[in-house]
Design a protein around this ligand. Structure first.
Ligand code: HEM
Length: 425
């Protein structure tokens, strides 16, 4: 039996993997997590002990186990006052009352309207808007490049697309997007000083309250208005819940989709033979996108869950009151699920049953939207810039310091190819 990280119960403690707040070697950390066992002991930045599920089969088991809940009140360490409310990652444990933090019937009530708005059919109706935004951003990308064709694909293209699409979905004014961008950068960073975390959360709440008030005065054809009208018509959602829902949609749908696009471009530029196969039509874009989601999962670790009673997984016991994170980054490369080449990027992989959008009741309702964004953005990008290469060796690319997100700080590219040619790996 493995030792419980919080209560100390049990024997034979396995290695504790200390998660690196600077995210300097994500693949190495993922491998260490899997080696530490399907349910590994980890230390979150700030010295907070936690469990992490690191293998695919056990993750599916735990993501459908009703004894693991989102209510921070069930966290033993929190109840004992061992976790500071200003812990920089508190937003992961207690992101405010929304579908993210409820379970059972309450969760379904909060999730239904949003899930209905994001079905593949509804989302498909957004395709023309996504195509239009993509073309505008491609023009801006070309304009942003210097005389060598050097540009930051993340800042000028990948960053802008998901924010513009979510803003469109929610009816947020386009000129408010830069402020949102700045706030979310602070929110997701594991190196944001504790004293600034509360300030960022307060400013985010103020921002979205402003959006809600504007929609009450000027209803539109958007999800915020739909949620507000549902709130008015019955007791489906309170104003506070509508506010939390739109905050969650931006937080959950923005950085993740940026990473999907950025990680896909990086994967293809570092595997030119696979890029050629896609451009020749021998491999589908859908297949590429699923492989990027598996191999380079946009969310590295997702939200903390808490055990309402002892939960046995193999020879490990997640003790009552313990916290658990889902290590999606590690899970995507689990050999038991994906085979001995799980660490390789293989765009033709089939079957490819990853769980990078989660599993069970909290499975991502935004999956169809982000898949569509990538499906529109990637072919359009490579059609416009078929000779694009990385602007720096891949080994020089750095992740943002955020333990939840697998997101590069920047993706320098040369839009029209490199004269001298740069190493791709
Ligand atoms: C590539 C892009 C995306 C990835 C990898 C991703 C990943 C995930 C994962 C892993 C979860 C499960 C969290 C858990 O188990 O606690 C989740 C939940 C969620 N995602 Fe996404 N997501 C993406 C895009 C989006 C988009 C575009 C939206 C909205 C427009 C969105 C909205 C949500 C919401 C609201 C939840 C919470 C669902 C619930 O708790 O019931 N996501 N996402």
């Amino acid at each position: 039996m493995t030792q419980c990280p919080v209560t100390g119960a049990g024997t034979q403690p396995s290695e504790t993997v200390v998660l690196d707040p600077l995210v300097q070697d994500l693949a190495g950390e993922g491998a260490r997590l899997r080696e530490a066992g399907p349910v590994a002991r980890v230390e979150l930045p700030g010295g907070v002990p936690c469990w992490a599920v690191t293998h695919h089969a056990e993750a599916r088991q735990l993501l459908t186990d009703a004894r693991l809940v989102k209510d921070i009140g069930k966290w033993g360490a929190w109840r004992r006052g061992e976790i500071s409310p200003s812990w920089p990652l508190i937003g992961l444990a207690a992101p405010g009352p929304s579908m993210l933090t409820y379970d059972g019937a309450e969760h379904r009530r909060l999730r239904t309207l949003t899930a209905q708005a994001l079905t593949p059919r509804r989302v498909e109706a957004m395709r023309p808007v996504i195509e239009e935004i993509t073309q505008r951003l491609l023009d801006e990308l070309a304009e942003s490049a210097d005389e060598r064709g050097a540009a930051d694909l993340k800042a000028t293209f990948a960053y802008e697309l998901p924010m513009s699409v979510i803003a469109e979905l929610l009816g947020v004014a386009t000129n408010d997007e830069p402020r949102l961008r700045k706030l979310y950068e602070g929110f997701f960073s594991s190196v944001t000083p504790p004293e600034e975390v509360q300030q960022v959360m307060t400013e985010l709440a103020e921002f979205f309250t402003g959006v809600l008030e504007e929609k009450k005065r000027n209803p539109g054809d958007d999800l915020t208005t739909a949620l507000l009208q549902a709130a008015e018509e019955g007791d489906t959602l309170t104003d506070e819940e509508v506010l939390a829902t739109i905050q969650v949609l931006v937080a959950a749908g923005h950085e993740t989709t940026i990473s999907l696009i950025v990680n896909a471009v990086r994967a293809l530029l570092t595997h030119p033979e696979q890029l050629s196969a896609v451009l020749a039509g021998d491999v589908s874009w859908d297949s590429v996108i699923e492989e990027v989601l598996r191999w380079d999962a946009p969310t590295t670790h997702v939200l903390i869950r808490f055990a309402t009673e002892d939960v046995e997984v193999g020879d490990t016991v997640i003790g009552e009151g313990d916290a658990l994170i889902i290590a999606y980054g590690a899970i995507g490369r689990d050999e038991a699920q994906h085979g001995s080449d799980a660490a390789e990027f293989v765009s033709t992989r089939s079957p490819n049953r990853h769980i990078s959008f989660g599993y069970g009741p909290h499975v991502c309702p935004g999956a169809p939207l982000s898949r569509l964004e990538a499906r529109v953005a990637l072919p359009a990008l490579f059609a416009r810039f078929p000779d694009m290469v990385l602007g720096v060796p891949a080994s020089e690319l750095r992740n943002k310091p955020a333990v939840t997100q697998n997101e590069l700080q920047a993706l320098p590219v040369l839009l029209h190819g490199a004269k001298e040619g740069l190493a791709t790996a």
